[in-house]
Design a protein around this ligand. Structure first.
Ligand code: ZN
Length: 462
């Protein structure tokens, strides 16, 4: 007894199998799965970064674009008309069916649910314009299929967020896709609070979201240790954007200016986008709020071995200088470039295993050793920016367990990464100072006006 299948069913099963595998060869998109939404909390800067975690690495390059769409709204800081990039006309004659995308959904399965086959799916994703972006799906998004009177696919709308959608329409020449991004209206808002017990408590009392409070901590986190330095009676004030779409608040925007009073020391920061389009926070005098280097290039790590020039090596068992700091962290933890710089080594390096060496300016180099592997695009000669992931914690080379061995060298001489004085990041260049003053004076004046109004209100006992 070879099998219990009637002969015809067996043949059908073989044909089905062949169709499925052909579809998968033709289109990897049939397998595109939804990603997850997560928030990365950066303990060094205090900044939280919403991230979508795509299923495969190929998507990882583009994925953050979606997350940043909301956090980089228009430059407008005063109320303006919402701009609609493309007006998608309503198609009342079509019948729409909408599905929420869940983790594990494939485009192929969604087409099937809507009553369309893989062949049609292929002609859609091979359509013109932005049609191929339909291959990138994330959980929580909504996809709608429009059928015409004949039950044929006429249009697809993929709603990625309140602000971003992908619209695909059938034309004489085939399917054409267009990515539509709405610009929210940014309205100025103000909050201030005095700290009773915790920064987050004060933020909540002032009506700030934890995310905004986290951003505030990120701005001042280079000067104030929010775990150790905060005292009852410290206070802050912040001018920030609230983003509106069709008159409804959808999110907070950027912090435009803020001040923090820590034990009587008043720090003020203002957002400025320089001539190269890079946005950062500065003092009103144009000094950067941040340092040129992160103190610790890995999050969620603890120091497992200190800088020590006369240490007994744990593997070699003889006195050998420990010219860096070891941070124990789980395998795969991202390692960040401590500062802006250039990759001068990325590869095996003796007992260091997989190692990266970065050159920062003329006299400082940083070294990252025992990596499991390198981040995409990290090669000798490449430029990196501060905080950029360059590799992942591992135990390659002479290592007893997963950790990052981190060195900070000044003119070639190893310095203790934990205590070495870190230079400030670049201030506003003198030839850009006039523009800086002109651009930032509005936000700073607003901060001051709000603060004064609030103080007068308090003084009058209102
Ligand atoms: Zn080490």
């Amino acid at each position: 007894m070879l099998n219990k299948f009637p002969r015809t069913h067996l043949a059908a099963a073989i044909v089905m199998g062949a169709v499925v595998s052909t579809a998968m060869i033709l289109s990897p998109a049939a397998d595109v799965e939804a990603g997850r939404m997560s928030v990365t909390l950066d303990l060094e800067t205090g900044q939280s970064t919403p991230q979508r975690t795509p299923l495969n690495e190929a998507d990882a390059v583009d994925a953050p674009r979606h997350a940043t769409a909301q956090s980089t709204p228009s430059q407008t800081t005063s109320p303006t008309e919402p701009t609609v990039a493309v007006d998608v006309p309503a198609e009342p004659e079509f019948e729409w069916s909408e599905f929420e995308i869940r983790s594990g959904d494939t485009l192929s399965a969604l087409f099937k649910k809507a009553g369309f086959n893989d062949g049609l799916m292929l002609s859609v994703i091979h359509g013109d314009g932005d049609a191929k972006e339909l291959q990138r799906l994330y959980a929580g998004e909504h996809i709608s299929f429009a059928s015409d009177d004949n039950g044929e696919l006429a249009a697809i709308k993929l709603q990625r967020s309140r602000l971003e959608s992908l619209s695909i329409e059938r034309t004489e020449a085939g399917f054409v896709g267009e990515r539509v991004v709405l610009e929210p209206e940014a309205r100025i808002s103000y909050a201030e609070a005095e700290i009773e017990s915790s920064l987050f408590g004060a933020g909540q009392a002032a009506g700030l979201t934890d995310k905004l409070t986290m951003e505030l901590a990120g701005i001042f986190g280079w000067d104030i240790d929010f775990v150790l330095d905060i005292r009852k009676g410290d206070s802050f004030s912040v001018v920030y954007e609230e983003l509106y779409l069709d008159g409804e608040k959808i999110d907070n925007g950027r912090i435009l200016a803020a001040s923090f009073n820590n034990s009587g020391r008043e720090l003020t920061a203002v957002l400025y986008t320089d001539n190269d389009g890079v946005s950062a926070y500065y003092t009103p005098e144009g000094r950067s709020m941040r340092k040129a280097f992160l103190r610790t290039p890995v999050d969620f790590a603890r120091i497992s071995s200190h800088f020590n020039l006369s240490r007994r090596h744990p593997v070699l068992h003889r006195i050998r200088a420990h010219k860096g700091t070891d941070y124990a962290a789980s395998t795969g933890t991202p390692i960040k470039a401590a500062g802006d710089g250039k990759v001068i080594h990325a590869g095996r390096k003796g007992g260091f295993g997989n190692a990266v060496v970065l050159q920062h300016g003329n006299n400082i180099t940083t070294l990252y050793a025992h990596m499991r592997g390198f981040a995409r695009g990290i090669r000798t000669g490449r430029r990196v920016t501060q905080g950029q992931v360059i590799g992942y914690v591992g135990s390659s080379g002479l290592a007893t367990g997963p950790h990052l061995h981190y060195e900070f060298r000044v003119n070639g001489a190893p310095r203790n990464p934990v205590t070495v004085p870190l230079p400030d990041a670049e201030p506003i260049a003198s030839n850009e100072m006039a523009r800086f003053k002109a651009v930032t004076q509005g936000a700073l004046a607003q901060l001051e006006t709000y603060q004064n109004t609030s103080r007068m209100t308090l003084a009058r006992g209102e």
